[in-house]
Ligand binder design. Structure first.
Ligand SMILES: NC(=O)C1=CN([C@@H]2O[C@H](COP(=O)(O)OP(=O)(O)OC[C@H]3O[C@@H](n4cnc5c(N)ncnc54)[C@H](OP(=O)(O)O)[C@@H]3O)[C@@H](O)[C@H]2O)C=CC1
Ligand SMILES: CC(=O)N[C@@H](CCC(=O)OP(=O)(O)O)C(=O)O
Length: 347
């Protein structure tokens, strides 16, 4: 059986990565691709690396062009999918890669995003601990899924096991991330010009202003935190894709090193895509490029009284398109790992 799929925002980075993975998926056939300024052009002109789908033409992004498909993936700017999804058929599975349906609190939305608030959908991070179980349970049979922000899911996956097991404190969490500029999309932005980025590391959204903060805290509350706080600082570095997140937390006094490591080991032991590395090993972004994996290294800094986690993710795969497809697989009762690589591309 092959399910028909439409991808909106197919000319962008997230849309392109969805298409690259969907082209190799055994259960999906991409029949419609849509765009905005590139509508009317061939997909080959916007995404020349996608040879097997190059014959498709980019349609305009409308409810009509997206109707009549079993599955619709949306990779549109924030605010654009919320308007559109109200007009999509209830029976179709819709997976939104934008932020429009991620936050359960309208006031969180208003504090960090412009425009209208739309209700939250099932959050597309299957491995996240929620109420002692995993988020994948909520995805079974779902028809509306919000894929995560790439930084948000990386940090939430890194810290949730320690929160759920009660071995780290929920206040005074700190995350500093090295991120590639593809996270900001293909649209031209002065600060992302090669001349601004090459040879430099550029911090942005410093001081509690990044819009992924409420999404991280929402994830950690699901894992059992009451009122967590996090200091979150992203830094753009000269690599086109990838996130390396160093997320640290105070250890609950009296907790043994074994109990700390057990918390992460038991959370992810059976996961196909989220892996705790052996003690003393830490991931590099080069280890996850092109793969749907999140690799976590963990150390205990006894002098500082903190757990230090280092997590590597490809922002366009596990951070977006891979999470979207993995969640769709679960929702539709397909093999969870179908179409999703665990092996990366190196060097
Ligand atoms: N890049 C990443 O790592 C991640 C991205 N996301 C989210 O995925 C979504 C897409 O991001 P990304 O691919 O990076 O962005 P891009 O800028 O690369 O792509 C945006 C896409 O949306 C289309 N578009 C632009 N303006 C409009 C509009 N007014 N109405 C309808 N469509 C429009 C563009 O079409 P055209 O090119 O034809 O103008 C393009 O296909 C965003 O919500 C983003 O936040 C989520 C996690 C990570
Ligand atoms: C380099 C860069 O700008 N990265 C983006 C990541 C965007 C993302 O994950 O997507 P959403 O915008 O859909 O949440 C950022 O930090 O905002």
């Amino acid at each position: 059986m092959s399910l028909s799929v439409a991808v909106a925002g197919a000319s962008g980075y997230a849309g392109g990565e969805l298409l690259r993975l969907l082209a190799g998926h055994p259960d999906f056939t991409v029949t419609t691709v849509t765009a905005f300024s590139n509508a009317g052009q061939s997909l080959a002109s916007a995404q020349p690396h996608l040879r097997s789908l190059g014959h498709l033409t980019l349609a305009e992004t409308t409810a009509q062009s997206l109707a009549g498909h079993d599955v619709v993936f949306l990779a549109l700017p924030h605010g654009k999918s919320g308007e559109l999804t109200e007009h999509l058929p209830a029976a179709a599975l819709v997976v939104d890669c934008g932020a429009d349906h991620r936050l359960r609190s309208a006031s969180d939305w208003a504090a960090f995003y412009p425009g209208q608030y739309f209700e939250a959908w099932d959050y597309g991070v299957p491995e996240l601990i929620v109420g002692g179980a995993k988020q994948r349970e909520a995805l079974v049979g779902s028809r509306r899924i919000a894929a995560p922000g790439c930084n948000a899911s990386t940090v939430a996956l890194a810290l949730a096991p320690g929160i759920a097991a009660g071995v780290i404190e929920e206040r005074d969490l700190v995350a500093v991330l090295a991120v590639g500029p593809s996270g900001a999309g293909k649209a031209l932005k002065l600060e992302n010009l090669a001349s601004e980025i090459l040879g430099s590391a550029n911090p942005y959204a410093v001081g509690g202003t990044h819009r992924h903060i409420p999404e991280i805290l929402q994830g950690l509350r699901g894992a059992g935190a009451q009122s967590p706080t996090i200091s979150f600082t992203p830094v753009i570095v000269p690599m086109s894709r990838g996130i390396l997140a160093t997320s640290t937390a105070r250890i609950v006094p009296g907790t043994s090193a074994t109990a700390i490591r057990d918390a992460w080991e038991s959370a992810y032991a059976d996961e196909p895509f989220v892996h705790l590395l052996p003690a003393g090993s830490f991931p590099r972004t080069a280890d996850v490029l092109g793969a749907n994996t999140a690799l976590i290294g963990l150390a205990i800094d006894e002098a500082a009284g903190r757990v230090v986690t280092v997590t590597a993710v490809d922002n366009l795969v596990k951070g977006t398109a891979g999470a979207a497809i993995q969640s769709a697989n679960i929702a539709l009762g397909l093999r969870e790992t179908a179409g999703l690589p665990v092996d990366g591309v190196a060097p």
